[in-house]
Write a new protein. Structure first.
Ligand code: GRG
Length: 307
């Protein structure tokens, strides 16, 4: 009888997640070397949010996509750090009184509650700006081609800017006065959330040497995964609120933030997450990517996440 041959050298997915997240956290601490002359409060404020306990999902996607094509994680790391810095800036700004006015994030005081609004704005600005410096280091230190770097810079400018995450955030804020339908909600999710996920996959693919059709597959994978991630986030928010305040009635849900569960209900939202994840996995499985196993595992992990 044949027995399955277990690859002894291949870390489990859980180990892969932990080791990768730790490596990203450690690389992030090296982004602003001690000998750089930076005002202490700015350094502290950036560091506070960079080390506040994020899941490092976007860096993980950069690294897993690069490795899927045989690219090295060392070469991918500066870009992985770049996307985490953009993500961190967006969270700092999102929490400000002018936007969501939140006091806590990831169980800790928000950046502006600790350092004041002005420093929080500037820490966000500095993280966004430094992301582009970090991308360039992938070329300077690890030989990533200028061609790949140009496309990565172009993608990040587009996907984090007016046509991307910032556009999605503005649509979300305007939409709070009344989102007209699920298409508008999809626009918000696609840009506010999915674009940075798509960016991460494309950047990893470019570092690993993906061809045009493989990049397209990564884009579709990222889009489905990004939407699924945001719907799951909406679901987790609602479930979290329910566990704090008891089960909500349909009318409670209707008076709240306009989300997928608001439009289509909880069961249909859960089904949507499953369908989008299945469609994301299908596109990757059929793409001819040399080793897509980690990407597929990430899709399953995100669908089952509880925070
Ligand atoms: C201020 C320009 C600007 C944009 C803000 C990211 C964002 C856009 C707003 C945060 C609010 C929110 C719920 C956004 C949707 C994206 C999302 C689910 C972010 C949280 O990402 P995780 O779960 O966060 O990866 P961690 O804490 O793990 O890093």
């Amino acid at each position: 009888m044949k027995t399955a041959v277990k690859c002894l050298n291949r870390p489990s997915f859980k180990e892969y997640l932990t080791v990768t997240a730790d490596a990203v956290s450690s690389a992030l601490t090296e982004q602003f070397p001690a000998h750089w002359n930076i005002p202490a409060i700015l350094r502290e404020s950036m560091d506070y949010s960079l080390t506040a306990g994020g899941k490092r999902l976007r860096p993980l996607l950069v690294i897993a996509a690069a490795e899927a094509f045989g690219g090295s994680r060392e070469a991918a790391m500066p870009v992985a750090c770049a996307v985490e810095m953009v993500h961190t800036y967006s969270l700092i700004h999102d929490d400000l009184p002018a936007m969501d006015d939140d006091d806590y994030r990831r169980g800790k005081m928000t950046n502006h509650k600790v350092y004041g609004e002005a420093v929080a704005v500037l820490a966000g600005d500095a993280l966004l700006t430094h992301a582009f410096y970090s991308i360039v280091q992938a070329g300077r230190r690890h030989g990533v081609s200028s061609d790949a770097l140009l496309s990565i810079v172009e993608d990040l400018s587009e996907m984090s800017g007016a046509r991307g995450m910032v556009g999605g955030q503005v649509a979300d804020m305007s939409g709070e006065q009344g989102i007209t339908g699920i298409e508008e909600l999809e626009y918000i999710h696609l840009h506010k959330t999915a674009d940075l996920i798509i960016f991460s996959l494309l950047a990893g693919g470019r570092i690993g040497g993906a061809d045009k059709s493989q990049l397209e597959a990564l884009r579709c994978f990222g889009q489905d995964l990004g939407l699924a991630f945001q719907i799951q986030d909406d679901i987790l928010d609602l479930v979290g609120d329910e566990s704090k305040m008891g089960k909500k009635t349909q009318s409670d849900v209707e008076q709240e933030k306009v989300t997928y569960p608001y439009f289509i209900g909880m069961d249909a939202s859960l089904r949507q997450v499953e369908e989008l994840t299945a469609s994301a996995k299908k596109v990757i499985a059929e793409s001819g990517i040399p080793d897509s196993s980690r990407l597929l595992e990430i899709a399953d992990y995100l669908m089952k996440r509880d925070h």
